[in-house]
Design a protein around this ligand. Structure first.
Ligand code: ZN
Length: 142
């Protein structure tokens, strides 16, 4: 782990910003499309767009890409959390011709000045044709 000070900037993501999800594209050409209503073709793209929704505080996107059986009634994202990056570690299925898939990832963030890393194994299924998040098993790894 490099031990340099992390100096977060306020999240000011615009259409021409690098996409928060880490793919080599602008937000407007990547997760921004999905936040605007274009469906994700794979579970991994949905997972990335949900990560980006945390960054841009798009609670309604998170709720509408959540399976109705596990979806909370509402979300209250903490704008003080600074997301630092996403690493997709592994995927299973989740492609255009699948009905379920999993994504293993690590999401790094600063919470009250402390860098934390959340590792999760998330499950995705199709609901009415579109990929949605079902549930996850995971642990904060500090
Ligand atoms: Zn993206």
């Amino acid at each position: 782990m490099p031990r340099r000070a992390v100096r977060p900037k306020p999240a000011a993501v615009t259409a021409s910003s690098p996409c928060p999800c880490g793919l080599p594209a602008t937000y407007g050409a990547c997760c921004g499309l999905r936040h605007a209503g274009s469906p994700a073709s794979t579970a991994q793209l949905l997972m990335r767009s949900r990560y980006s929704a945390f960054v841009v505080l798009d609670e309604s996107y998170l709720l509408r890409t959540w399976h109705p059986s596990t979806r909370p009634a509402s979300l209250d994202l903490d704008p003080r959390v600074r997301w630092l990056g996403l690493d997709v570690l592994a995927t299973t299925a989740g492609g255009p011709f699948h009905t379920e898939g999993t994504v293993d990832f690590t999401a790094r963030h600063l919470d009250g000045g402390r860098q934390e890393s959340l590792r999760e194994h998330s499950r995705f299924v199709r609901h009415e044709g579109a990929w949605v998040y079902l549930d996850a098993a995971g642990a904060a790894t500090g």
